[in-house]
Design a binder for this molecule. Structure first.
Ligand SMILES: [Zn+2]
Length: 154
């Protein structure tokens, strides 16, 4: 899907955590992440590509809650799904209601809204794909060395 540079887009990061670990996530404090798959929902105005490139980079200052998590060597972004609409909180709400997800830390990624969280532990990856497709998301990035190098402009 081509990215409309002038509009607001919502993205969903599918993240894999290879090992249990605990980190300090800014003001949220200590958060324990168990091994498995997660999704994080965010949005960007106009600068979607730059934002996604930033998420894929390990070497950066922590600004958002998600930065603390993605900087770890134990995490990897498996997929990125996007939609060219502002529906970040609406998407978070759908996953919040889904019985196959778990909230790891209240307030993660949702300091600026009323959502319980924008990060969810996902028990069923196949179901996740169906939910995203039904909501109108399409896949923008899937993990492979070639595509990472491409996206990072190497
Ligand atoms: Zn929200």
């Amino acid at each position: 899907m081509p990215i409309n540079k002038s509009s607001v887009a919502t993205y969903v990061l599918v993240i894999e955590i290879s090992k249990d670990f605990e980190i300090i996530v800014g003001k949220l404090g200590k958060v324990f992440f168990k091994k498995g798959n997660y999704i994080y929902i965010g949005s960007a105005k106009a600068c979607l590509e730059a934002r996604l490139r930033r998420h894929l980079k390990k070497d950066k200052k922590s600004f958002w809650h998600i930065d603390y998590l993605l900087k770890s060597k134990k995490t990897k972004i498996l997929q990125i799904w996007i939609i060219d609409k502002k529906m970040e909180c609406q998407t978070a709400e759908v996953f919040c209601q889904d019985p196959t997800t778990e909230i790891i830390k209240k307030g993660f990624g949702s300091s600026d809204c009323k959502c319980v969280s924008h990060l969810f532990y996902i028990k069923n990856k196949e179901l996740l794909k169906n939910i995203l497709k039904e909501m109108g998301f399409s896949i923008y990035y899937s993990f492979s060395k070639f595509r990472i190098d491409n996206l990072l402009g190497k």
